[in-house]
Design a protein around this ligand. Structure first.
Ligand code: ASP
Ligand code: MG
Length: 406
C-alpha cells in the first residue's frame, strides 16, 4: 500500500470532464488499495482572472492581504469541486482549506510570498494523517497558506507544486505525482527544437538547473522538499492514469540539498592565456580543451574574456598542462603568451536561491573582501557559483561562506 500525493495543475482540472477524469484517476488508485492525498490548483487561469478582475475594480488601492484572499478563491473553488467529484464516485473525500481546523500549511504573515513554517506544518500534518487512516481522501488547496493570525496567505505563483512536495515530505508519502499538461520534462523547449525528447528520468539537481529554461514544468522551489525516499514523477493529465510513466525525478542523493558549500580537497592551478586577437579566431576553446583531453588532463573550470582565457587544472597536472599549452600558444598566431599562477582553492556553492535571488553573489563576496581574501576568479552557472581564492585562504573562505548561507 502506497501513500500517494497527487497534484493537479490548472489545465488538468480545466473543465467539468477533466475534473471528473482526474477524480476517477484518484479513485482508481484508491481502489487498488493505495492511500491518496490530492493537492489541487485553481481551475485553468482562474488566478490570473481574479487578479485582473481586482485590478480593474480596485487597482492600486488593493492591499496584499485583500489580493491573497481574492486569489485564494481559485483554490477554494477547485478543492470543493474536486472533493465533490470524488464523492460522486462513491469514495469519501474532504476538502481542506485554510479555514478548516485541519489545515496544515502554516506560513509567516507575508500575504503574497509567504514563507513556510516547516516545523509547524509538519506537526499539523497529523490531522491529515488521521483523515487518511479513516479512508477519507483529503483534497487540499495548493498555493495557499495560513498566517500567524489565521489569515489566508499565498506562497507565490505556481506554488501548488511546492505544496505537493511539502506535504509529501511531512506525510512521509511514497509518491508525489505532478499531473500537468505536458508528458514530462523535455530535453529542451520543443517549440524551439523539434527533435526535443521526453526524458524518462531527471535528477533533482538537474531539474533545479533547468528551472530557468523558460517552459517551467515545476516550480523551482518545490524540490527543496523532495525527500530522497519519495519517488516523484511528472505525468500528463490526458492519460487519466496516475500510474502512467512521464518523467521520474530522482534524488537528491546526498547531504542537505537546500544549500551546499564545499572546498575541493586538492589545490587547483590557474593557467592564463593571453592574445589580443583572440575573439577573431574560431575554435580556440576547442583546440585548448582537446589538447588537454588528449593528455588525460581534467579541466575544473574555464572562463574566457576579451583578451584572455583562464583554465583551471589540478596542481598535479599543472606542469604538464603548462608545457602543452605553451607549445600551442607558440604555434597559434592570435595567442601571445601564458602564465601559470599560484595555487588556488576551489569553493563550490550550490543553492536553488541563486536562480531568482538578487544580490546573492555580493552576499558571498562581501565577507571575503572584509577579511582581505582575494578572489582569483569567480564563475556561475544556474544554481552553482564557483570561487577560486588563494590556496592558503581556502579554509577561511569556506567558513565565511558557510556563515552567509546559514
Ligand atoms: N493557482 C496558482 C497560480 O496560478 C497556484 C498554482 O497553480 O500552482 O499561480
Ligand atoms: Mg504550475
Amino acid at each position: 500500500m502506497d501513500l500517494i500525493v497527487a497534484k493537479f495543475g490548472g489545465t488538468s482540472v480545466g473543465d467539468g470532464s477533466r475534473i471528473r477524469k482526474a477524480a476517477q484517476s484518484v479513485v482508481n488508485e484508491y481502489m487498488k488499495g493505495n492511500q491518496l492525498v490530492v493537492v489541487v490548483s485553481a481551475v485553468n487561469n482562474a488566478t490570473d482572472e481574479l487578479i485582473e478582475l481586482s485590478n480593474e475594480a480596485i487597482g492600486g488601492g488593493l492591499t496584499d492581504k485583500q489580493k491573497a484572499e481574492i486569489m485564494a478563491m481559485g483554490e477554494l473553488t477547485s478543492s470543493r469541486l474536486f472533493a465533490a467529484a470524488i464523492e460522486s464516485l462513491g469514495v469519501k473525500a474532504e476538502f481542506i482549506d485554510p479555514y478548516n481546523d485541519k489545515w496544515p500549511v502554516i506560513t509567516d504573515s507575508n500575504s503574497l510570498n509567504a514563507k513556510i513554517d516547516f516545523a509547524t506544518t509538519d506537526k499539523k500534518c497529523e490531522g491529515i494523517k488521521n483523515l487518511i487512516s479513516q479512508g477519507i481522501i483529503p483534497v487540499i488547496c495548493g498555493f495557499l497558506g495560513k498566517g500567524p493570525s489565521g489569515e489566508i496567505t499565498t506562497i507565490g505563483r505556481g506554488g501548488s507544486d511546492v505544496t505537493a512536495f511539502l506535504l509529501g515530505h511531512c506525510l512521509s508519502a511514497n509518491n508525489v505525482v505532478i499531473v500537468t499538461d505536458v508528458d514530462g520534462v523535455m530535453s529542451t523547449d520543443p517549440n524551439k527544437i523539434e527533435e526535443a525528447e521526453l526524458l524518462d528520468e531527471i535528477s533533482v539537481e538537474e531539474m533545479r538547473d533547468l528551472a530557468t529554461h523558460g517552459a517551467q514544468v515545476l516550480h523551482p522551489h518545490a524540490l527543496k522538499y523532495k525527500d530522497p525516499l519519495i519517488s516523484a514523477k511528472i505525468i500528463n493529465f490526458n492519460n487519466g492514469d496516475l500510474s502512467s510513466e512521464g518523467t521520474k525525478i530522482t534524488g537528491p542523493f546526498e547531504g542537505d540539498m537546500l544549500k551546499t558549500v564545499s572546498l575541493y580537497k586538492n589545490p587547483i592551478s590557474v593557467i592564463a592565456i593571453v592574445g589580443e586577437e583572440m575573439l577573431k579566431k574560431v575554435g580556440l576553446l576547442a583546440d585548448l580543451t582537446s589538447c588537454l583531453a588528449e593528455n588525460e588532463i581534467n579541466i575544473f573550470g574555464i572562463s574566457a574574456g576579451q583578451n584572455s582565457i583562464t583554465v583551471f587544472v589540478e596542481k598535479k597536472d599543472s606542469d604538464k598542462a603548462y608545457h602543452l599549452l605553451h607549445s600551442w600558444v607558440i604555434d597559434e598566431d592570435v595567442l601571445s603568451s601564458l602564465s601559470l599562477g599560484d595555487d588556488t582553492a576551489m569553493i563550490t556553492v550550490v543553492s536553488p536561491e541563486f536562480i531568482d535571488e538578487p544580490g546573492i553573489i555580493s552576499n558571498i563576496t562581501n565577507p571575503l573582501r572584509k577579511n582581505d581574501i582575494n578572489i582569483v576568479e569567480i564563475s556561475s552557472s544556474q544554481t552553482a557559483v564557483v570561487l577560486f581564492v588563494d590556496w592558503k585562504d581556502g579554509e577561511k573562505a569556506l567558513e565565511l561562506i558557510k556563515e552567509v548561507l546559514k
